[in-house]
Design a protein around this ligand. Structure first.
Ligand code: HEC
Length: 147
């Protein structure tokens, strides 16, 4: 007790640090959301398999590129290249240009599922009854947002 009285700043500092740690958590999580639509759990699962088969050889299994000319699909690239855009805009670019040199080679459903997987991997929550529609126009009405 005498120790605490002599050094009152020690427990106070401990409290302040614990509080700062808690306050910092939401910023670290970097979750994203969709406005006007949602992604589905099954859809994300399908998309992950298709991503691993068709995209990971260049963009990496963890969405960090393994090819110098290919961009990451997460981190600051997602923050500046995806947030604020519509899902339709990303779908259009991906479905017409990817896999590099073979744009349009996958089915529309597969492209939509892969987009859902990339969104999920960047913290967009998937729901049981959610599903991105295979409809480019409807996808234009869904926006990717940051918290
Ligand atoms: C053979 C390697 C390769 C494969 C496979 C590949 N990509 Fe790419 N990707 C690239 C390169 C290189 C670029 C950068 C040049 C460009 O945009 O064409 C790129 C760019 C991109 C971009 C950014 C486009 C933009 O302009 O915003 C996205 C998103 C993307 N790829 C997604 C995918 C997805 C999804 C798949 C799987 C369906 C895929 N890529 C497969 C090499 C690849």
């Amino acid at each position: 007790m005498q120790f605490l009285l002599k050094h009152p700043h020690i427990p106070v500092l401990g409290c302040a640090l614990a509080f700062a740690g808690l306050a910092a958590l939401p910023a670290i999580a970097q979750d994203h959301a969709l406005e006007g639509g949602s992604i589905g759990v099954d859809q994300v699962e399908r998309g992950q398999q298709e991503y691993m088969a068709n995209c990971s050889i260049c963009h990496g299994e963890d969405l960090h590129s393994v090819l110098s000319t290919a961009p990451d699909l997460t981190g600051s690239v997602f923050k500046y290249g995806w947030v604020g855009q519509t899902v339709g805009a990303k779908y259009n670019v991906i479905s017409t240009t990817m896999p590099a040199g073979m744009g349009g080679s996958l089915s529309d459903q597969t492209y939509v599922d892969i987009v859902a997987y990339i969104l999920s991997a960047n913290g967009v929550p998937a729901t049981e009854d959610g599903e991105l529609p295979v409809d480019p126009e409807a996808l234009q009405a869904i926006t990717i947002t940051a918290p």
